[in-house]
Write a protein that binds this ligand. Sequence first.
Ligand code: NDP
Ligand code: PYR
Length: 728
Amino acid sequence: MKGTKCYYSEKLEGRKCPYRLSYKCPDKLQNCVDKVLGEREEEEEEEERERADPQEKPLTLSSFFSQSSLHFTAKQKDSYLYTFFTMFSLNGSSFTNNSLSGVSRCLTQSSRRGVSGPMVVAAAVNSNGKPGDRNVSVLVENSMKESAAAPVEKEIKSTVTGGVGDVYGEDSATEDQSITPWTLSVASGYSLLRNPHYNKGLAFSEKERDSHYLRGLLPPVVVNHDLQVKKMMNNLRQYEVPLQRYIAMMDIQEMNERLYYKLLMDNVEELLPIVYTPTVGEACQKYGSIFRRPQGLFISLKEKGKINEVLKNWPERKIQVIVVTDGERILGLGDLGCQGMGIPVGKLSLYTALGGIRPSACLPITIDVGTNNEDLLNDEFYIGLRQRRARGQEYAELFDEFMYAVKQNYGEKVLIQFEDFANHNAFDLLAKYGTSHLVFNDDIQGTASVVLAGLMASLQLVGGTLAEHTFLFLGAGEAGTGIAELIALEMSKQTGIPLEETRKKIWMLDSKGLIVNSRMESLQHFKRPWAHEHEPVKELVNAVKSIKPTVLIGSSGAGRTFTKEVVQAMATFNEKPIIFALSNPTSQSECTAEEAYSWSEGRAIFASGSPFAPVEYNGKVYASGQANNAYIFPGFGLGLIISGAIRVHDDMLLAASEALAEQVSQENFEKGLIYPPFTNIRKISANIAAKVAAKAYELGLATRLPEPANLVAYAESCMYSPAYRSYR
Ligand SMILES: NC(=O)C1=CN([C@@H]2O[C@H](COP(=O)(O)OP(=O)(O)OC[C@H]3O[C@@H](n4cnc5c(N)ncnc54)[C@H](OP(=O)(O)O)[C@@H]3O)[C@@H](O)[C@H]2O)C=CC1
Ligand SMILES: CC(=O)C(=O)O
């Protein structure tokens, strides 16, 4: 920009060009504007961290009002009725020096959570502020859009004699009279123990018990976080049924968020199969019965025209990742409608535990457009819309409204991850919103990246280059064609051979048989690149015998399709056949680990979507890897966030694959593993994030500038820790 007037100078609002570069002005992407806006956003985030950080300075009334005013839009302000009234007995000692220490958590929480519902905003002492004086005024906001626009003050003597006053008029109201459901969120005392963000249970220190009105509400013992984890693991292990463990984990998450995440992080290999596949599949099937409290947002056709308001009902404002499903293809279990909510909830738990994204920045969403699952439609416990799925324009309009409301509420850089959409919507949604939003389809893109990583690692065991292998897929949907495309792209990059040619090394079968040129007319668009010249073949085993693949990948959602004959055929013409049974949950796996090893006489290099325990065959123990996108998406998303990426690019997927493959150690290979163990997942995610972020910078898609010198260290420093904080 040296010497020339910057085109965007007006938008920079008086700030200097952040680059001061002449050699590489990225202004075409308005990066400079984004950076300036980004800096402003960071300043706001910093202010927010200060408010959310328990180490922060005590919040004073004046600072609270000035801070909270930042979060109210003019429209919101207009619609609030401000009322002063007395509502709780407060220990005046908490309010000395006009400081709200002791209730400051409540205040920060309230200010952080926006202003859409009835809530306490601030409490003010009587003018003398003396300890023991119980006459207090409380400023309350509610969203009733009626009557008085101006604040009204009302002094009420609180009940100090032990009598319970009918402050809200609930008791005196008749059944046909309406009352206002006031709730107070003073995060101290009883309500602190009921607040999953801040509750520490028995880990509250003696000092905290004194300063937060917890005396008597807890038994005398004080335990540390580690002991709490140990106790919870003991409890969880008492349950023999995985779904009971899932429900117990749900309860812990709703009771004490930091305990939940520490539990998950410290015991990731044991608990991943509970909060994620395979158990999450059963949880979705029974979600109506086990539903307890909202864990995410349900947006149904009933909310059409109001999605913006629905998003504001969510208590958090700073959202960085949304995982959204419409429940039509839940794992390999099909259409579970609204009950698919278990998937976004589970994936976002992994975003936090494995990728270090703050829980408050994660938002699970289910779009409910009905279900075509007759069993659910006839199930009295079904929680979703009881109608057949909306299609076409009705679906598109709802989705469009959702996507734009998301951008409006959370900005340009919120990551929207699509999960478990049926393929007739998945590819189109990705293409449609890929140019206007930061979107990522985990089933298409995340799966592709994790499988490519596994293949790169496998080459260390079988030798050769990718281009020297031949691939056969059972299943030509999102997962199958997504993986195929990334393999072909990587081959093309490695060899310089055009993509159209590298695709010819890859064959696919769908429910109608081998995808061949003679079927071209009737093929869905995403299958067409995979139609090659061959006579029609219906059965997988015949396709295996004819094509002689070195790699067999199952992505059909149809269980037990890799039969003994299929695996034996693979083992006849491959010294080490590579076999991926990707379908989830375990019931839908194309074969078990035991089948893969025994039918191939222990020669298969095997990985599966859901985990299998190690298998003993002929006196040797075989540990199989878990080829699951859970290795990729948490680190991938973190990489996008730390770089402020505005779009996903295929080269970022390749970078993530390389980062994952590089982390398979010699020791892992010796055990036959082609993925590193999940126990190191935070480190793995930091490495993936760093490579993805580096690629975003290289491609000019990153907006968070300047680029950190050490991206791995930066990624690690950004990760959420579940360690307890001390409350003053
Ligand atoms: N391990 C992992 O990380 C992941 C695993 N998956 C799993 O992969 C599976 C498929 O997911 P996805 O690709 O999204 O699903 P899709 O519905 O998009 O694709 C399924 C494909 O399988 C084909 N198919 C179904 N039944 C058979 C059969 N009996 N024989 C041959 N082909 C069949 C379908 O054929 P047609 O087109 O003719 O209907 C379709 O091409 C699921 O079980 C899912 O859980 C998905 C993502 C990630
Ligand atoms: C793992 C996953 O995303 C799936 O099975 O759909």
